[in-house]
Design a protein around this ligand. Structure first.
Ligand SMILES: [Zn+2]
Length: 309
């Protein structure tokens, strides 16, 4: 049975928090260190898990001395079911156009949901956990492919059992700035922050930086040379620089109005000086504070150039 809420317990203060609300809280990192089974008589620790699809779920902490209370509604969940182990082969690969689009849409929705949380679904008070069937413990091994993002990589296809191909793309984890921690070092991420300043370094090796804020967190997005020079771009270097200059001017005239929502990569994260890398112009999308979403760099440039925003 899934948990749709958890008890956040810290320094003797308790609060029941709905699963969907956890990632929106400013003290997200503190909450996920201190969540427990929602049964009032149970002290089992819970873990907040995030799938790369953006779906979140709660599970029981897997330490041996962390069982549910015998009278807890979730006690039966402790009965072991079939363990499944997936052995992954790691390969490098790129993303499809469709894959980038879908991830950016999800990232834009995550910001909107944070800024304007949807109504929580009403709880069904009669819902009782259904006891799980006891199964003998056994292990099955599956095989899978894990894809590391490579900006110049081909899109990876995996053979399925029925002879078809399935596109396998690297995962990009949703992390709003207040959810970022050193654990997110060396990952593909999706995030959002308000653009404060655009810096462009024109030379034979062009680079740019977008300085952003989110609450009291500052993030620098770096657009390294591959952003400008990669081989699959539809935009030339000059065009990209011109576009960034348009955004730079717009931000100077309209500070605190536009969010960069982007797919990006982290290296070793320093929480005092957060730097994220944007390797493709196609990773960027933009969102205004008043609710307008622009899926691409070209779309926001068109809106600025025509005075639509
Ligand atoms: Zn419990």
């Amino acid at each position: 049975m899934k948990f749709d809420e958890a008890v956040f317990r810290l320094d003797g203060v308790e609060e029941v928090i709905l699963l969907d609300e956890i990632p929106r809280r400013d003290n997200f990192l503190e909450i996920i260190q201190n969540i427990y089974c929602p049964d009032p008589h149970c002290d089992a620790r819970l873990v907040f898990n995030r799938r790369s699809t953006g779906k979140n779920y709660l599970s029981k902490h897997k330490s041996s001395d962390n069982d549910h209370d015998i009278d807890c509604d979730w006690y039966n969940d402790d009965v072991k079911t079939v363990k499944s182990i997936t052995e992954y082969t790691t390969v490098n690969g790129g993303l499809t156009e469709e894959g980038k689009k879908r991830r950016k849409k999800e990232a834009m929705k995550a910001l909107r949901d944070y800024l304007d949380p949807p109504e929580p679904k009403p709880k069904n008070p009669n819902k009782k956990p259904t006891p799980k069937k006891k199964t003998t413990e056994s292990t099955e091994t599956k095989r899978g492919i894990k894809v590391n993002y490579d900006p110049n990589g081909e899109v990876v296809q995996e053979n399925t059992e029925n002879g078809d191909f399935k596109v396998k793309e690297p995962s990009f984890y949703e992390r709003l700035p207040h959810q970022l921690s050193v654990k997110d070092s060396g990952e593909n991420l999706r995030t959002s922050a308000i653009i404060k300043e655009v810096k462009i370094f024109k030379s034979d090796n062009p680079q740019a930086e977008i300085k952003t804020v989110f609450g009291d967190i500052q993030i620098t997005f770096v657009m390294p040379e591959p952003f400008f020079l990669g081989n699959e771009r539809r935009l030339s270097v000059d065009q990209l620089i011109e576009y960034l200059e348009i955004i730079k001017k717009y931000v100077e005239a309209h500070p605190n109005e536009i969010y960069l929502t982007t797919m990006c990569q982290s290296r070793e994260l320093d929480m005092e000086d957060i730097i994220l890398y944007v390797l493709e112009p196609d990773f960027m999308s933009f969102q205004t504070k008043d609710g307008r979403d622009f899926e691409t760099l070209t779309a926001v440039i068109a809106a600025i150039s025509t005075g639509a925003i």
